[in-house]
Design a protein around this ligand. Sequence first.
Ligand code: NAD
Length: 480
Amino acid sequence: MRHSRAMAIPHMAYVDGRWVDQPRKFAVRDPFDRALIAEVADASDELVDAAVEAAARAFPAWRAVPGPGRGKLLGELGRRMLADERRLAELCTRENGKTTAEAIAEVRYAASFLTWFAGEAERIYGETIPASHPGQRITVVREPVGPCALITPWNFPYAMLTRKLGAALAAGCTVVAKPAEQTPLGALALAELCDEVGVPAGVVNIVPSSEGVRTGPRLIAAPQIRKVSFTGSTAVGRGILRACADDLKRVSLELGGNAPFVVFADADLDAAVRGAMVAKFRNAGQSCVGANRFIVEQPIAERFTAALVAQVAALRTGRGSEPGVDLGPVIDDAAVAKIARLVDDAIARGARLLHGAPPDGTSRVVAPIVLAGVTPEMAVWREEIFGPVVTLRTARDEADAIAQANDTDAGLVAYVYTRDGARQIRVADALEVGMIGLNEGLVSTAQAPFGGVKHSGLGREGSRHGLDDYTNLKYTAARS
Ligand code: NAD
């Protein structure tokens, strides 16, 4: 079936350059009021297989397109995203709940990966290596790994996809993407743009599904898929790594975080509070790089806490599309229930509620909460909150702050506020994470390698390193 943009909300799967409907549909609802946005085609196993076949068929011709040609299409796709940013942002606010300002920021962030990898497509350099035998030459080229499965979460429906898709297409790989069941519309809107700019049939395939637990494993298990790139929870990521073991597929995993936000007594207090607000409340706290644990050196703890609470008290909650709203709803009832469980547990174990109240479950809009006197045994300290909850502990000194920051299985990002240059180096060296915000509350950018250590994942996305996971090195030893 051909597709027309008159259809304001995309609702079919996109396979082999065609829009494909399915007898089974699933409802996509506005997280704010549960209003129906669209009934989306629910990909059958057969459609997933067809998408994999299409990606495999399209691969030889796509890899043969010279890098600059692939880059040109990616650049055009990025420009189309920006030209359409209002409509794309509105769709994002509707299916995800985030505010209009955040949705626009996300569209721009998502487009920046396409622009970035459009440039990188021209720079997939190989190398020549001096050989140890006379008359021998060693050359190395980078080849695309093959058709890739891209599995994405609901919290950044565009950016989590373009961060993978940009790198994959630049490298010469074809893709089958499975967006999260809560937010398939952004991926389908992106497919419309791929169609418009002339991405060849089968290079990008999108299979929306109501059951990630069924469709995800089916896609990953397909023998033609040579690499899986997943962003989501650590539990699912572990299963994916296991599932890829038998066929030795390449795997990259961007998983959950439990970010410490460390404020030393010598910090610029205003800058630390500003950074804390961004690192904590972006996307209503539903970000893998969200600050989860605030660790504040004792001498500054009272002043930092008072300044933070004052800022938190000024946050306005509501429907994401309403002007002036800072925090939209969280994604679903399970998210509300998780936040309530974590906050109730903390209070029962002696944490002090400095602002807000535990959610009572009547609304998806969770008003911000600040908890002090949190201890390491509390679930709110150990688990990724994924909501607008600040948890505060104090640290005696630098060594105590570092020990607390590293006391987690996660290792995605850490934020550190200090003006002491020697301490900046010591602490950055000591933190067990993939990324550090040093006097900076926002680390996400297309130019930098995004990713974690420990249970936060494998591989890096964005930056020139983002291509590594989509390419294999092939070396030739030639004798004259
Ligand atoms: P999730 O793991 O529940 O789902 C992510 C995706 O995996 C969805 O598309 C889902 O349908 C699919 N899926 C579910 N079960 C599957 C299975 N058995 N096999 C294959 N795919 C399956 O995560 P979520 O709740 O959508 O997202 C929130 C999580 O994502 C948080 O933990 C967050 O920290 C993490 N996240 C990490 C990053 C990062 O870059 N590190 C970025 C955003 C989100």
